[in-house]
Ligand binder design. Structure first.
Ligand SMILES: NC(=O)c1ccc[n+]([C@@H]2O[C@H](COP(=O)([O-])OP(=O)(O)OC[C@H]3O[C@@H](n4cnc5c(N)ncnc54)[C@H](O)[C@@H]3O)[C@@H](O)[C@H]2O)c1
Length: 369
């Protein structure tokens, strides 16, 4: 990447140019619905959004050998207020090369160190646990997004032989750990939460995860109003299933955050409703549903677009359009409670029917207000 220009706060862009990358499989299906809802919100609140769809997907990669053209990462950084992604993954590209270049490329090269994933149960009927109410499953996970086990440092020795050795390193830096922990504490304070829990495996990972221990509890002293606590990740998985109501904000490294957030999505009704933001506050950030490209569902109308639509709501919030974001979330929650959903949530609607209904309701807010 070339040297950065001074990043402008995305809130201050006018227009707020948004790069839309639908990606592969159901990524295309759900992105079409998120775009409808964004258009309805832009109309209703006169938002300065300028959506620009970009063609970088598996077909593009297979035809050109290029995941993203040279200079695209700099354009994301310098010209756009936000990036919206559907999902990547195509069976014709088994090594996931284009997906890694694009998804991990954006996260790493744009230094989007916060992977923010709310775990919110919108209707108690969707929770696989017995006797849990909406209030029992309402937490957020801050996953470190630029370090840990996902940096791709390692190698093989005697590959393919019986004596093969594989080495894969985890990287944890003080700067990296501190900024994700600080983001979790700051979010808790700003959102009236009282508890932040850090999860690691410092009982066996004596160096990297010990750094997390020291940094987290040192930082906690700056937040006396917050109860800072710790659980080993294995115990946390068990507790999330037994008693999710005890958690408000969880912060974890890249790999543990990845795993915990899938567990979290199951608690809220499945991957179809799980949303995420990949953030670097004050800079261009990226928003995507948690699910993948589910190729077998592509074009069938079975894909639930709610995770994508809720991710678009997170983007609206970060772009300074809090009222629109809250309205989109309220309408999604109402649709879930009314059973107006795709089959994964027990409804009978097709992907585009869910999107149409939500877009219509969001637009109708214009008349009601
Ligand atoms: N961020 C991403 O783009 C991302 C994330 C995970 C997986 N992937 C890729 O996606 C491809 C498929 O992976 P996978 O099958 O392991 O995971 P997946 O999330 O695509 O699908 C797993 C299952 O979850 C359900 N599901 C997922 N999204 C849904 C939705 N919106 N509505 C209804 N049901 C939904 C389906 O039953 C599906 O079979 C692979 O190539 C994988 O590498 C991409």
């Amino acid at each position: 990447m070339t040297a950065p220009t001074t990043p402008r706060d995305p809130k201050l862009h006018d227009p707020q140019k948004i790069a839309v990358l639908p990606g592969d499989g159901i990524g295309k299906d759900v992105t079409a619905e998120a775009v409808k809802v964004l258009a309805a919100a832009a109309e209703r609140w006169s938002l300065p959004l300028a959506l620009e769809q970009l063609p970088y997907d598996a077909d593009h990669f297979l035809a050109t050998g290029v995941s993203l053209p040279p200079g695209q990462m700099e354009r994301f950084r310098d010209e756009y207020a936000a990036i919206f992604i559907g999902a990547y993954g195509d069976p014709r590209i088994p090594d996931m090369r284009h997906a890694a270049d694009i998804l991990l490329g954006i996260r790493f090269q744009l230094d989007l160190f916060i992977n923010f994933r709310p775990v919110k149960l919108y209707d108690a009927r969707l929770c696989p646990l017995k006797n849990k109410s909406e209030a029992d499953v309402d937490l957020v996970i801050f996953r470190e997004n630029t370090e840990g086990a996902y940096v791709g440092i390692g190698g093989n020795f005697k590959k393919g032989t019986a004596d093969e050795v594989a080495v894969q390193e985890e990287i944890h830096t003080r700067k990296g750990v501190e900024r994700i922990c600080r983001a979790a504490f700051d979010w808790a304070v700003a959102n009236g939460k009282r508890k932040v829990l850090m999860s690691d495996k410092s009982n066996v990972m004596r160096y990297g995860h010990d750094l997390w221990q020291r940094v987290f509890f040192d930082l906690a002293k700056q937040y006396p109003q917050i109860e800072a606590s710790h659980m080993f990740v294995d115990a946390l998985c068990m507790q999330l299933v037994k008693a999710p109501q005890q958690f408000e904000v969880i912060v974890a490294n890249n790999m543990f955050g990845d795993i915990l957030t899938d567990l979290g999505s199951a608690l809220q009704g499945g991957l179809g409703v799980a949303a995420s933001a990949n953030r670097h506050p004050g800079r261009v950030s990226m928003y995507e549903p948690v699910h993948g490209s589910a190729p077998k569902y592509a074009g069938t109308g079975r894909a639930n677009p709610m995770g994508a639509i809720l991710s678009a709501a997170l983007m609206l919030e970060d772009l300074g359009h809090g009222e629109a974001a809250r309205e989109v979330e309220r309408v999604v929650a109402a649709a879930i409670r009314a059973g107006e959903t795709t089959v994964d949530l027990g409804g009978r609607l097709k992907t585009h029917e869910v999107g149409d209904r939500i877009a219509r309701e969001v637009a109708a807010a214009a008349i009601a207000h």
